[in-house]
Design a protein around this ligand. Structure first.
Ligand code: ADP
Ligand code: ZN
Ligand code: ZN
Length: 726
């Protein structure tokens, strides 16, 4: 923040303002005499074109300001809205992700703050008797108020007093006489310690000791621990040490893992009543602002949140933990396209604090940082309580007839586990009944008219749904091309496998868990609760099964198809697939039952799958890193992706071609090429892949794009470090 000297009192007062508009520019305004000069970092209301917007004051009296300026309309804060470190982070975000500062600040501020609401903590109003005595013979209502408070144990909320018939005026009058006083209700966080920490096993103890002996200051550590090795217990004990020193801790978790159970585990350890808080998408805007403010003033000592929590303000942040650091949900896919994991690294570095990245399946980025010595690398290779990791087996399904995706061999294995009283988990990362619907006579295929992508057949109701634009179409009875009634569903999704499993095991409870069955969180929790009761059951689902939840009675994990993930065009697809299979496998055999993992494949000799089976995720990752190095891909070379879309295909392609001419040497520019999903909702999509030999070269190279004016009819965006190239 630029804290230029105040101008002499008779000089014009000018402020430079970051306004939330998609332009790489700041705007100057004058400050009328009726308003105070806003501090840098304070919110101001400004007229921008025909809109009223909430901006943030960046600078006073810039040297190059114009003479004729519009006045600001209002000053909203007496003090900066963001702590200085968060403001510095905003500057870094704007620069690194090439995103306008005004929009970065608008992303950081909670919605209520963007709307100009006051940044005030709402405290519940509680009144208590002070013990002062007075002659109240002539004030029977005040006496009644004191009696009421004493009956309630000395204090009561304003709402309760109102209920009991005491007017606001009466309460004020009693307070004026000093008979009652308002209580400060900020929770006393330091005194609450609840559940005792567990006694660590030797491996955990060694890891915790290593973490504690990390140097003070920025000290990132990658904690690579297999599922069930007790990583979370290590986080908890490390966090406790920070809390004892009065410092705040931020814990980032993937979207799907921020469940009441996760938060409950932290609350049981550190106490509820505000010491532990969570930031997630189900909060109302008001609740979000309150959490944000209580974090800013230090009342919240442990904040657990998804991606956006990395942008929360803290008074004294001492540690950031990123759980499941490999997870794709840490990457924001629109607007400010940031990676919460990468921002966490930057934030910890800026503050000079500790950073702990935990996962069973590290991202290749983090592994590479560990190999290069930038991160300490700790490993947990054993499960708590000695439960062993499941063994992996392949089922070669070449030339076999599958029933709804299930081979005879897999059916026998499922039966064996269910007969022995185990639970089984069947993993298939595709929802719906079948991914294609076609004519057996002429080859016609149901395709989305807006996206040119295959439509997925869904049951109950029977419709075709485009998984890209969500468009629905009724099911044709006859082929629209040749009019024959020989339409068939090809391929399997979870609904189809559900039908098949119900036919094979009619007496076994079957739970399907995918986005279609879990729209209600309550229903999903209820399903998980019945599963945890432990009776033989089949769990069938998509990647929703791979995260967060532990199913201790599962003895068999079956992967219906491992091939499609490894064959996808996206360069990160093999990494993601190996992570997914490893994470799903980690759900099995967590308790005393050693588990088994069976994987159906048409490519039993595929090198990627083999390296995963034979050498586990670490072996796979080494191999994949070598491939990325040879190919000159991330994490060895930084990447950016420029996307453009338009209703007019030529316009989108031309726009990218023009951009690519600006992106000269030393950048490597691939494209313009149609995006892997080339058309969505009637808009054509093209992309440019940009690679460079160094971070500095990439950033210098793509900076020219800031000056590009938006083209009519074309939307385009720049994604630094894209997670998927779709
Ligand atoms: P991870 O986060 O690596 O998957 P968790 O921390 O969730 O592992 O631990 C797995 C299970 O083992 C949990 O039920 C946890 O309560 C338990 N656990 C962890 N550490 C210990 C320990 N030292 N002693 C006993 N139980 C433990
Ligand atoms: Zn046909
Ligand atoms: Zn579509």
């Amino acid at each position: 923040m630029n804290s230029n000297q105040e101008a002499p009192s008779n000089a014009p007062r000018v402020v430079r303002v970051a306004v939330p508009v998609p332009l790489h520019q700041l705007y100057d305004y004058s400050v009328p005499d009726s308003l105070p000069l806003p501090a840098p970092g304070a919110r101001v209301t400004v007229q921008f074109g025909r809109q009223r917007l909430t901006g943030v004051c960046v600078e006073h009296n810039p040297a190059d300001a114009h003479d004729k300026l519009r006045p600001i309309a209002d000053v909203l804060d007496n003090e900066p809205a963001l702590p200085a470190d968060l403001y510095d982070l905003a500057l870094w975000l704007a620069d690194y992700y090439q995103h306008p500062l005004g929009e970065v600040l608008a992303t950081i501020l909670p919605a209520e703050a963007r709307r100009g609401r006051p940044l005030e903590i709402q405290r519940s109003e509680v009144w208590s008797a002070t013990g002062h005595s007075a002659d109240l013979k002539r004030a029977p209502r005040q006496q009644a108020l004191l009696d009421c408070l004493s009956a309630a144990g000395g204090s009561a909320s304003a709402a309760a007093l109102r209920e009991a018939g005491f007017s606001r005026a009466l309460v004020k009058a009693a307070a004026g006489k000093g008979l009652i006083a308002r209580l400060e209700t900020a929770p006393d966080i330091a005194t609450q310690v609840c559940e005792e920490p567990l006694a660590l096993n030797p491996e955990q103890a060694a890891a915790l000791a290593a973490l504690e002996s990390r140097p003070a200051g920025f000290a990132p550590t990658l904690l690579e621990g297999i599922t069930g090795s007790g990583k979370t217990e290590i986080y908890l004990q490390l966090i406790q040490r920070l809390r004892n020193r009065g410092r705040q801790v931020l814990v980032l978790v993937p979207e799907i893992a921020l469940t009441p159970q996760t938060v409950g585990r932290f609350e049981r350890r550190f106490g509820g009543s505000g010491a532990v808080a969570s930031l997630h998408s189900n909060l109302t805007d008001r609740e979000r602002l309150q959490t944000w403010l209580r974090c800013r003033n230090g009342e919240i000592s442990v904040l657990i949140g998804t991606r956006s929590a990395v942008l929360a303000p803290f008074r004294d942040l001492g540690l950031i933990v990123v759980d499941e650091e490999h997870d794709g949900s840490f990457k924001q896919q629109d607007g400010l396209r940031y990676s919460a994991r990468d921002v966490a690294v930057k934030r910890a570095q800026g503050l000079g604090i500790g950073l702990l990245l935990g996962t069973a399946t590290p991202s290749l980025e983090s592994l590479n940082n560990a190999h290069a010595g930038r991160y300490a690398h700790l490993r947990l290779q054993h499960r708590v309580a000695g439960a062993s990791l499941p063994g992996f087996h392949l089922i070669d399904i070449r030339g076999q007839t599958l029933q709804d995706g299930i081979s005879d061999e897999l059916a026998r294995i499922l039966k064996r586990h269910l007969d022995q009283g185990g639970q089984t988990l069947v993993f298939l990362n595709r929802r719906g009944f079948a991914p294609s619907y076609l004519c057996a006579r002429c080859g016609w295929q149901a395709v989305c008219g807006q996206c040119e992508m295959r439509m997925t057949l869904h049951l109950s109701p029977r419709v075709l749904i485009c998984h890209h634009c969500s468009q629905r179409q009724p099911l044709p009875r006859a082929c629209p091309e040749c009019a024959r009634e020989q339409l068939i569903a090809v391929g399997v999704g979870t609904q189809r496998t559900e039908v098949g499993l119900a036919r094979l095991f009619p007496d076994i409870p079957l739970y399907r868990i995918d986005r279609d069955t879990t729209r209600s969180q309550k229903r999903m929790e209820a399903q998980f609760a019945s599963i945890r009761e432990g009776q033989p059951a089949i769990l069938l689902g998509t990647q929703m099964l791979a995260k967060g939840h532990h199913f201790p009675k599962v003895t068999l994990v079956a992967v219906i198809n491992a091939d499609s993930g490894f064959m996808s065009a996206d360069f990160r697809a093999p990494e993601r697939t190996a992570q997914l299979i490893t994470q799903v496998a980690g759900r099995a055999g967590r308790a005393e039952n050693p588990g088994e993992v069976w994987i159906q494949t048409y490519q039993p000799d595929g090198a990627l799958l083999r390296s995963l089976i034979d050498n586990g995720y670490p072996g796979f990752a080494e191999r994949e890193l070598a491939i990325r190095k040879t190919a000159g891909l991330p994490p060895y070379r930084p990447m950016a992706l420029v996307r453009a879309e338009s209703a007019n295909a030529d316009a989108a392609r031309e726009h990218l071609a023009a951009l690519s001419r600006q992106l000269g040497k030393p950048l490597e520019v691939l494209g313009p090429a149609p995006a892997p999903v080339a058309r969505v909702a009637n808009r054509f999509r093209f992309q440019l892949l940009v690679l460079a030999d160094s971070r500095a070269a990439l950033h210098r190279g793509v900076a020219v794009l800031r000056a590009i004016q938006p083209a009519t009819g074309v939307r385009w965006s720049l994604d630094i470090d894209p997670y998927d190239t779709f």
